[in-house]
Design a protein around this ligand. Structure first.
Ligand code: SF4
Length: 433
């Protein structure tokens, strides 16, 4: 018998809506769900290939235990008992940290796994927890921890409403918007252009996104922080900064302003390779756009100044009043707010101060490596589009879908170049001198 089901692709954070056709328990066809308000019918070849994974006769559906050269099915109970015994044995014999956990991208896109992972790691008492964040996102999480007090507070570009999108170190046409959940990103670019807006890409490579953008500027690798701080300084110097309602939430605004002084386009041009006048023009256009948002991803994280660059992306949005407003970078309002829950449990992100800490990414000084669980990290939740329609204005309650301003508290955003982030003052200087 033929049945049709709606689902969400579990492979990556884009969470594309799927229409799955089944016959006698086997998938016969997978297509994009045109009625899914998020992905609007888009799926990539990986999503389409789920059909082969599901129907593969060699797919492992039960736990197996090795015996010599062969494998035998065992019950879940027996497998779990065996694994627990072995964990306990290894930890007794070699110490707690002889065990490590890796949470793959797919597994962390479900609330069930996130909650059970936290409990699992806490029971094991280990510091070794790895995930895709270990490779490409820890600077972003640390920036959130320093700015907002929680590594789970991740502002997301409101690409559906923005009038100016500045992209650094990212290629959303290929990635479908990492930490932004924007499948079929080419359409978002053309929508911005149709609205009279502009998309500008700053990247050492003329990538697929740059090919569709209005402008692309080559930048010398690892100089994003210098570029951003210079853009910010131009905005301050030309008195184009307008944090507006955000002002009361900010701590250290004037101090930051004085730190940015001296980052002139003339100095930055030699470091970044972007002409002086272009830097000035981008600063003016960004600050004068009716709404604008700066977005950076792996390229701005996986570099020597990743934390600095990640902070500066947010600070550019903040000083132009584009944080927490439609068309800017917005905090999300998911059905289950993981960062709020984690914060209530005292888990707002833990960055170890020991050189041997276990989660380190390029761009982080060793002492800022993340210890143990990436606490408070927010991952997209998945609904079938049928489930979620009507829950949020866009019809879907994915946690990466920005809708309305979040309630910030007074002085919540800390812009001070504090001891914990001397990088803010030092790294770009080191580059430019
Ligand atoms: S882009 Fe969409 S279809 Fe492709 S893997 Fe990610 S969620 Fe699946």
């Amino acid at each position: 018998m033929k049945t049709i089901k709606c689902g969400i692709c579990p492979i990556c954070g884009s969470s594309c809506g799927l229409i799955v056709e089944l016959e006698n328990g086997l998938i016969t066809k997978i297509t994009g769900d045109k009625e899914d308000p998020h992905s609007r019918g888009y799926i990539c070849p990986k999503g389409r290939s789920l059909i082969y994974q599901h129907n593969d006769p060699d797919r492992i559906l039960k736990p197996k235990r090795r015996s010599g050269d062969s494998w035998a099915d065992v019950s879940w109970e027996s497998a779990l008992d065996d694994i627990s015994r072995r964990f306990a044995h290894i930890q007794r014999r070699y110490g707690k940290d002889a065990v490590a956990v890796y949470a793959g991208d797919g597994s962390t896109h479900s609330y069930e796994t996130l909650f059970s992972l936290a409990a699992f790691v806490s029971v094991l008492g280990i510091k070794n927890l790895y995930s895709s964040n270990s490779i490409d996102a820890l600077p972003r999480l640390l920036a959130s921890k320093l700015l907002y007090g929680s590594s789970g507070m991740l502002p997301v570009p409101d690409v559906k409403r923005t009038g100016y999108l500045l992209i650094l170190g990212a290629n959303p046409v290929v990635t479908n918007g990492s930490v932004m959940t924007a499948p079929g990103f080419s359409r978002y670019i053309s929508d911005i252009q149709k609205r009279g807006g502009k998309v500008v890409v700053i990247d050492p490579r003329k990538n697929e996104t740059a090919l569709k953008a209005d402008e692309h500027h080559f930048i010398r690798p690892e100089t994003d922080a210098v570029f951003l701080l210079t853009v910010i300084n131009v905005i301050f110097e030309e008195r184009l900064d307008k944090p507006g309602r955000l002002k009361k939430f900010l701590k250290g605004y004037e101090e930051f302003k004085s730190r940015a002084r001296g980052f002139t386009p003339e100095r930055a041009s030699g470091v970044t390779g972007i002409p002086t006048e272009e830097i000035r023009r981008i600063a003016r256009e960004f600050s004068l756009a009716p709404s604008a948002v700066c977005y950076g991803r792996m390229g701005t994280c996986a570099q020597s100044f990743g934390t600095t660059a990640s902070m500066l992306i947010d600070i550019l949005n903040i000083i132009t009043g584009n944080l927490d407003r439609p068309g800017g970078a917005m905090f999300t309002t998911p059905a289950i707010d993981m960062s709020a829950i984690m914060s209530a449990l005292g888990m707002s992100g833990s960055f170890a101060k020991k050189p041997h800490a276990s989660q380190r990414a390029a761009g982080l000084q060793r002492r800022y490596a993340l210890r143990g669980l990436c606490r408070g990290d927010r991952k997209p939740e998945r609904y079938s589009s049928a489930d979620c329609r009507g829950r949020q204005p866009c019809g879907r309650a994915a946690s990466h879908c920005p809708h309305r301003p979040r309630l910030l508290t007074e002085h919540q955003i800390d812009m001070r170049p504090c001891a914990a982030c001397r990088a803010l003052a030092l790294c770009p200087l080191r580059l430019s001198e």
